[in-house]
Ligand binder design. Sequence first.
Ligand SMILES: [Zn+2]
Ligand SMILES: [Zn+2]
Length: 311
Amino acid sequence: MKSPAATEALRVTFWGVRGSIPVPGTATTRYGGETLCIGVEVPAAGRLIILDAGSGLRRLGDRLVRRAGKIAVDLFLSHTHLDHILGFPFFQPLYRRDTRLTVYGPAISLQDRLEEVIGGQMSYRYFPVRQVELAAETTYVDLREGRYDLGDGIVVSAAYLNHPLLCLGYRIACGGRVLCTAFDHEPFRNLYVTDPADPRYDELMAREGEAAAVEAAARLGSFFEGADLLIHDGQYTEEEYRAGRIGWGHSPIEEAIRAAAAARVRRLALVHHDPRRGDDELDRLAARFGGTEPSGGPEVIFAREGLVLTL
Ligand SMILES: [Zn+2]
Ligand SMILES: [Zn+2]
């Protein structure tokens, strides 16, 4: 029998699964209140990739500094909304000279490069330690859609998602396993007026808008195709989404499940849980949507802090 380590290409640990804002307290002890941060270890190569720098990053950093030896991390940011970067100044390895950190993420524009956006929260207005005082050897890489070779057989591809701010989904391939992410993402939709009774309605525009939305969804579907694990935004139910939250940049759970099934994803882990949801409500949603469909769809998991999945 093979040992588990021999067949394990990626080990995924959830350090924060919450969306929008940290929510500590007695109502969130089981699923956790920290905002998004996921550690992806590549045991065969001794590499660590971190996905997003939400408040969950603080505890991951503490764990790293307790271990002996140098720290080398590739940190991939989906985007720079505050809930995804607020853990960065509290990442203890930043204050050590023997840390090598590469930060990858989308540049909003030529003027708003990643380094300035991340460093912006480390100005005296917001935080007592300035970016120039950090001891770690840090490199920033502005990403666009594309394919990036990290060495050791690890290839990361990036694709634009649908969110009010430029936001990237990732596809991490290593040792024949694939992990995909879409942390803050709303289903693509027709942006033109579709109601013929509306005076702004234009039939041609409405049809083009529909085709563009279908094409964008198909493109993202092939980006997720065949993933062993897809970690996806599941902030709302369909009902909550339709009740005034269209355009906010987040997905209904039902839609995430449909997208994962269409892309033949094996396991779907839902994250970016709404900050108003307590543990009991997440349990109810997990009972309703979680588990494995007999029809052969993906296994649906409501991710919680501390969960470890191996691929
Ligand atoms: Zn978010
Ligand atoms: Zn966001």
